[in-house]
Design a protein around this ligand. Structure first.
Ligand code: LLP
Length: 451
């Protein structure tokens, strides 16, 4: 019989795991580049339509390594980094420092100094205390540092609580109402150049009204800031957070980037006209929307275990779908390579990658090998009922916040990341070995025997 297999970037999934091991993160280079190009083109085109420009920063926290930073720079994106480590990766990739934005609510003195000395394009001020620190570092380096002020617009984005960042009671930014006072404080420093306000309302957001309302509120503050500056505020940075479909059920819900771009441009143009200012340069910081769908994780099935659902909370739900039991499918990774189901109850879909099966469907939950019942990779999906040990499973849309949130829980080494492109694969992030993890333990010197 014909043995059809899932191919990634033109390569059989099992050829990838045979060569690079399992589990394995796979990133489709062409998919990532195409998406970066498309997102940039959409945002630039809409900015141009309202008579301005747009800079698209790739949010490196989603997934950053030297190659990915190079792909993004190649495709004309700037890079947003949120730590000294991410900054080091972007610089090692050869990203022009002027094309880097540096974020973080608690940047260390060392990180600020490195960013200033490297000549990063902008540093985003997250708190009043930081203004002073950045001003001092810039003065010491003999530079005039461009800065943005991060504000909370007070918009409550409809997403998971942990992913919402612009309501009042959370750690990021300063209340919008304080912007005039804080901008005046920035302007008092010769070593700082204020370029505009920044707001990021949250992540994995489908409804565009939050983005629009946030843009409207920020621009509402611009006339007063312009009086302080004695001229136009050059920029408005609206952050990232554009949601993507993780499952086919979400496919219709996730907004097209072109329509987000159009709606944002419209509200910006409208509000600027209303408050009587010129349209500023726009900036955006999408991470997930660029890299999320370019990633797939491959796992190998170790065990399967049917669990009868009769009498459990899940029985009715399963019965609706025509199932009385759930097949637990254990794979060789889990919450250490994808923490998102455990952290946010995130949904994923799975398929068998190494063969085609006509077996009757089973309701499955794909679980990892860690010591927690919340160690779930795929909460609920359907697979052919003959899914069995040795099968290769592919979980899609793992390009964002999987490797970057990975851990060594239970001393499980991180898998490598392989980029596939035109039928060829290469490692872009090396995996770890148990020996490397063991080597982190300090072995105590033997205690001398007592006499
Ligand atoms: N800009 C700022 C200031 C941010 O804090 C973030 C994300 C982004 C841009 C990029 O957001 P994106 O376009 O990727 O949604 N670990 C969570 C997501 C945390 C997002 C943190 N900040 C997850 O796995 O869903």
């Amino acid at each position: 019989a014909e043995c059809r297999e899932l191919k990634l970037g033109g390569i059989r999934a099992t050829a990838l795991t045979e060569e690079h091991g399992s589990p394995l993160y796979v990133v489709d280079e062409q998919a990532a580049r195409t998406r970066a190009r498309d997102v940039r083109a959409a945002l630039e085109a809409e900015a141009a339509r309202i008579g301005t420009g747009a800079t698209v920063y790739y949010a490196g926290k989603a997934f950053l390594c030297v190659e990915v930073a190079q792909w993004m720079a190649d495709e004309g994106l700037a890079i947003d980094v949120a730590s000294g480590g991410e900054l080091a990766v972007a610089l090692a990739a050869g990203v022009h420092p002027a094309r880097i934005g540096f974020h973080g609510n608690n940047k260390s003195a060392g990180e600020i100094a490195r960013a200033v000395e490297a000549g990063v394009g902008t540093i985003i001020i997250d708190s009043e205390l930081e203004t002073e620190r950045i001003a001092r570092a810039a003065a010491a380096a003999g530079r005039r540092q461009r800065v943005r002020l991060r504000v909370n617009s007070g918009v409550h984005a409809s997403t998971h609580d942990f992913l919402a960042t612009s309501h009042e009671d959370q750690k990021f930014g300063q209340p919008l109402a304080e912007a005039p006072r804080l901008v005046a404080a920035i302007l008092a420093h010769d070593s700082l150049e204020f370029v505009g306000l920044h707001c990021h309302i949250g992540s994995q957001i489908f409804a565009t009204d939050g983005f629009r309302e946030s843009a409207r509120r920020l621009l509402g503050a611009y006339p007063e800031l312009e009086r302080l500056l004695g001229g136009p505020v050059p920029e408005l940075n609206l952050g990232g957070g554009f949601g993507i479909a993780y499952t086919s059920a979400q496919a219709d819900e996730a907004p097209e980037i072109a329509s987000i771009a159009r709606e944002l441009a419209d509200i910006v143009a409208e509000t600027c006209a209303e408050v009587g200012i010129a349209v500023p340069q726009l900036a955006f910081e999408p991470g997930r929307a660029i890299i999320g769908q370019a990633g797939v994780t491959l796992y190998t099935v170790g065990t399967t275990k049917p669990v009868q659902l009769a009498g459990s909370d899940a029985a009715a739900d399963a019965a609706d779908l025509g199932f009385a039991e759930r097949l637990y499918v254990s794979v060789d990774g889990g919450m250490s390579d994808n923490a998102r189901p455990a952290l946010y109850g995130a949904d994923y879909q799975v398929r068998i990658a190494n063969r085609v099966s006509e077996a009757d469907p089973a309701l499955v939950r794909v679980v990892g090998k860690h010591c927690e019942s919340g160690d779930i990779v795929v909460q609920r999906d359907v697979l052919p009922g003959d899914v069995r040990p040795g099968d290769t499973l592919a979980v899609a849309v793992t390009g964002a916040y999987c490797w970057s949130l990975s851990s060594n829980y239970n001393y499980v080494p991180r898998p490598p990341v392989v980029a596939v492109s035109n039928g060829a694969a290469r490692v872009i992030v090396r995996g770890e070995t148990e020996d490397e993890l063991l080597a982190k333990s300090v072995i105590p010197a033997p205690v001398a025997p007592a006499h």
